[in-house]
Ligand binder design. Structure first.
Ligand code: SF4
Length: 382
């Protein structure tokens, strides 16, 4: 698989031999330091390795150094803060040097850094010069919703625009190992085509994301379809799943989705994984569903503690299966698996450990007995 150039964003390496990094972006008003700091901490806690904030006006630009200071004081000095700039990025970066210095990466869309025709290139040059002075990386983020004036949003035009902008940045003096490219569209087939083409034509690290992915199920499935195939083929160095959160729901869902995606592809490991079957007419009532839910919840609630107590436990594989059709086989593939007999499932369950039949557990407290076996396994193996 092709290795891209390594770009250091603060202390975090992107591309090269580094793992695929998870990014996220706040949706607070950046000018509200407390709210933005709090959301940054939530996103980092969920697994974001780089956090982007909107820098769109004087108040936001003034707040950025304070947010950086608060993150440093809270022990997050290694988490790079990224500034998201659009039409007035060149003005803000020039006017607020402390803000420019406190960001490890500038996200710039060359298609909209200059509104007046002909100004775009010089505004882009100003941003690049400030990035060089501050040793900041630059993400050249082309988006089919905001290409340069007069350019139609075809796959070829998007690829060409991305590469042309990267070349311009290099000509302005930005080292190649300070450039990351993203070229985002909201349609899965086009996104895949664009990134395959970019992968063929350049060595820059690529930030993947299906832009404006949407809400809930649609956003998750579309993003997974778009990113999954590319990542499996070694394309993509950082990712974001751009979900529209439901009102009142947590912003961290997009970070959790990135983790699940990377782990399901076997690219990174964050938490023990539970394989479970959907159940069918061979399972009795809700008993199997409840057992699967309880085990999943238990793993979710305890995995952070296990990671500290039992290093390596994030690779643990569990199986929870409804009957003897696929139960023994799937359990045997897991490190530790439990399967019910199908009908009569309340009475008895079989546990496999390391591929071998280990125990039969019976009675009303099958969940509790299984958890005891699981905890013992963790303490002995990790
Ligand atoms: S393992 Fe058994 S219960 Fe689960 S889906 Fe397959 S046949 Fe149905």
């Amino acid at each position: 698989m092709k290795q891209t150039i390594e770009v250091m964003v603060g202390n975090i390496g992107i591309g090269g031999a580094n793992p695929v990094r998870i990014q996220s972006m706040t949706d607070t008003d950046t000018a509200d330091c407390d709210a933005t700091f709090t959301q940054c901490v939530e996103l980092i806690g969920a697994g974001a390795e780089l956090v982007r904030v909107t820098v769109n006006n004087d108040a936001a630009a003034t707040a950025v150094p304070e947010i950086r200071r608060e993150l440093d004081q809270a022990g997050y000095e290694d988490i790079p803060l990224i500034g998201d700039f659009h039409h007035n990025g060149h003005i803000l970066l020039e006017k607020y040097p402390e803000m420019a210095a406190s960001l490890a990466k500038y996200r710039v869309n060359p298609g909209n850094v200059g509104k007046v025709k002909g100004e775009g290139e010089s505004n882009f040059e100003k941003i690049i010069k400030i990035a060089i002075k501050n040793n900041a990386a630059v993400r050249i983020g082309v988006n089919w919703g905001s290409l340069e004036d007069g350019v139609s949003p075809t796959v070829d035009a998007i690829v060409e625009s991305s590469l042309k902008s990267a070349e311009m940045a290099v000509n302005f003096g930005l080292p190649k190992n300070k450039i990351i490219i993203s070229a985002k569209v909201s349609a899965v087939p086009e996104l895949v085509e664009i990134y395959e083409s970019l992968n063929e034509k350049c060595d820059y690290p690529l930030h993947l994301g299906l832009t404006e992915a949407g809400t809930g199920m649609k956003g998750l499935v579309s993003s997974s379809a778009a990113l999954g195939g590319l990542l499996l083929h070694g394309i993509g160095d950082t990712i974001r799943i751009s979900l529209t959160p439901a009102p009142g729901s947590a912003r961290i869902e997009e970070v959790e989705a990135c983790r699940v995606l990377l782990q399901s592809l076997g690219l990174r490991f964050f938490t023990p994984q539970v394989t479970s079957c959907p159940g069918c007419g061979r399972t009795d009532g809700d008993f199997y569903r409840e057992l699967a839910a309880k085990i999943n919840n238990y793993v979710k609630e305890n995995s952070a503690d296990w990671a500290k107590k039992y290093p390596g436990s994030e690779k643990l594989k569990l199986a929870v299966m409804g009957c003897i059709v696929n139960g023994p086989g799937e359990s045997a593939h897991a490190d530790i698996g439990i399967h019910l007999p199908g009908k009569f499932e309340k009475a008895i369950a079989t546990v496999h450990i390391d591929g071998k039949k280990h125990d039969l557990i019976k009675g009303d407290n099958i969940f509790e007995q299984f958890i005891k076996i699981l905890e013992k396994y963790l303490s002995e193996k990790f």
